[in-house]
Design a protein around this ligand. Structure first.
Ligand code: AVJ
Length: 372
């Protein structure tokens, strides 16, 4: 018997016991693990959890592929099936997202940009000369509006964009060097985890979290995120948060189903990425984009819908999963916010709204939060 089997059996007993089941009920509920998962998959996953991705020397690229493989295997084995939305943003996905932002139906980006351009000098006045640190900066186009206002008021600005896409960061660096040479540009290629520990050293600072990216997080992730922000910002530091406050179901439906098809291409790209990086051999013609607004949850839910049965290979794990025709795999949720709920919620983390900027139609809000 493999070690994996014993471990699984032990866990089942502990869980069942904690549910108050009798010993008979427990043994009856134990399924031999070999019938569920191949032993070599268990061994590779066991190696991962002990911090060793493979026995061979591992490179950052190999680690990233293995992280993607494990996330896909986990998410597709979950119920309902899901994929972590951060994997939407490889180089192709980041480009497709930039296309979405240019679509007439996708009001969020241009509305937020117009709010920022109107509010930039007021924001600079309220915060004083702080370093700007931006999570998920992408092309940084909107941020240039702010950087210009800081440069105008203080003569220079410090800017630390953080993104998982190195191509987006290098485009941003070139553009900013050309248009705002007074900006001291120091990027972080990585995830939020990589930048939080550095915030203390950057203080006095303002953390920029724009584009309603926070809407991608579920309730548990959101609370964990704000706790970390509160922990790593010092009192007197700021956070500039951009959120989608849209409520009109037709407007929202159009925004996530643009006529040019960029939203669909963006969703499908994560499955294409599985083909590229995990050897999944998916038939892309048999996967559809579905985006629907669910009013009582105040969120858009986005899925890849399978039009036929498909076996999904996850080569780095030697693992294959079957998805049936008609199944929907959740790739993203995009929450919409109400200020009268959001502002008190943020207060519980010690983040107080000093000012809220909004557009005429009240579809987007930019909140200037101070860590108290
Ligand atoms: C970048 C997460 C804010 O939810 O509107 C746009 C991503 N997905 N269209 C959003 C997205 C499909 C976007 N966020």
């Amino acid at each position: 018997m493999t070690g994996g089997r014993e471990t699984m059996t032990d866990q089942t007993v502990v869980t069942s016991a904690s549910l108050g089941l009798s010993d008979d009920a427990i043994s009856a509920s134990v399924v031999p693990i070999d019938s569920l998962v191949h032993p070599h998959v268990v061994r590779r996953l066991a190696g991962l959890s002990s911090g060793r991705a493979t026995s061979a020397a591992s490179s950052p690229e190999a680690d990233a592929t293995m992280e993607f493989a494990v996330s896909v295997a986990r998410g597709l084995s979950d119920h309902p099936r899901r994929l972590e939305s951060r994997f939407l943003y490889d180089a192709q996905g980041s480009d497709l997202f930039e296309r979405i932002c240019e679509q007439p139906e996708y009001y969020l980006t241009r509305t937020e940009a117009s709010i920022l351009s109107a509010a930039a000098s007021d924001i600079a006045e309220k915060t004083g000369d702080v370093a700007l640190v931006e999570l998920g900066s992408g092309s940084s186009i909107k941020t240039r509006l702010l950087l210009d206002a800081y440069v105008e008021r203080f003569g220079s600005a410090r800017y630390t964009p953080v993104d998982v896409s190195s191509s987006a960061l290098s485009v941003a660096e070139t553009e900013i060097a050309a248009h705002c040479p007074q900006v001291d540009f120091d990027s972080v290629h990585g995830t939020y985890d990589d930048v939080f520990p550095r915030l203390e050293a950057l203080s006095p600072c303002m953390l920029l979290f724009l584009g309603s990216t926070v809407g991608n997080l579920d309730h548990v992730e959101t609370a964990a995120f704000w706790s970390r922000v509160a922990t790593h910002l010092k009192p007197g530091d700021f956070c500039l948060l951009g959120v989608d406050t849209g409520e009109d179901p037709d407007v929202l439906h159009a925004a996530y189903n643009d006529a040019a098809g960029h939203s669909a291409a963006f969703t499908c790209n994560v499955f294409a990425r599985m083909n590229r990086e995990l050897g999944s051999s998916l038939d892309m013609d048999a996967i559809d984009h579905v985006a629907r607004y669910v009013p009582h949850l105040r969120r858009v839910e986005i899925f890849g819908r399978f039009l036929k049965d498909q076996d999904i290979e996850i080569e780095p794990l030697g693992h294959t999963l079957r998805v049936s025709r008609g199944e929907m795999i959740l790739t993203e949720v995009s929450r919409k916010f109400r200020l009268r709920q959001l502002v008190p919620y943020l207060c519980t983390f010690g983040l107080v709204a000093r000012h809220v900027y909004a557009d005429r139609d009240r579809r987007v809000a930019v909140l200037l939060l101070e860590r108290t």
